[in-house]
Design a protein. Structure first.
Length: 184
């Protein structure tokens, strides 16, 4: 039995146990194991509440045990979807050159509420997104040796769209890159 369960329930050696007490010990032990598993998952990388809940469910924990464990971890500050979302947005914009649409889809897929996603994306302005798109596009544009500019533009536009950039930004990037090549 985990020491935290013993301390939490105030158990002593030789203490008589009723069926109700034994049931609460078993439940507390399950919740503790779920919390430990969740913390192990968080050691690898930050995760959303939904991601952890689904991983705990796959590990065989019952829904009520998962809910209690996650609630306790949220109270302790180990799980925070708003903080996770802000970090995710920052990483995806600066390190991976992703657009708002793609980031929004990823966060929603991870179970983050629309309000939290919108708040996290509020720090990404059009200029930041443009610079991110330009960074992602430059290398591909220079590497593409196709003499047909329209084919080149079409491929790059498709690539940027898959990365979640909107058409206004894509057109601006394409016009600038084509203009720099003297192909305008």
């Amino acid at each position: 039995m985990d020491e935290s369960v013993v301390a939490e329930l105030g158990l002593r050696v030789g203490q008589p146990m009723t069926a109700e007490m034994l049931e609460s010990v078993v439940r507390a032990e399950l919740v503790t194991k779920a919390k430990q598993k969740a913390l192990k998952l968080l050691e690898y990388r930050p995760r959303s509440r939904k991601e952890i809940a689904s991983r705990l469910a796959m590990a065989g924990f019952e829904e009520d045990v998962v809910e209690e464990a996650l609630t306790r971890l949220e109270e302790l500050g180990f799980i925070n979807d708003a903080e996770f979302s802000r970090a995710w947005v920052n990483h995806r914009v600066t390190d991976n050159a992703m657009g708002s649409a793609r980031i929004k889809w990823e966060l929603r897929h991870k179970g983050i509420s629309t309000e939290v996603v919108e708040e996290a994306l509020s720090v990404v302005d059009a200029d930041t997104e443009y610079r991110s798109a330009m960074d992602a596009a430059k290398h591909r544009w220079e590497r593409d040796k196709d003499p047909d500019e329209w084919s080149k533009r079409r491929r790059l536009a498709s690539y940027l769209r898959r990365r979640g950039f909107d058409w206004d930004i894509i057109n601006k990037v394409l016009d600038e890159l084509a203009g720099n090549d003297g192909l305008d």
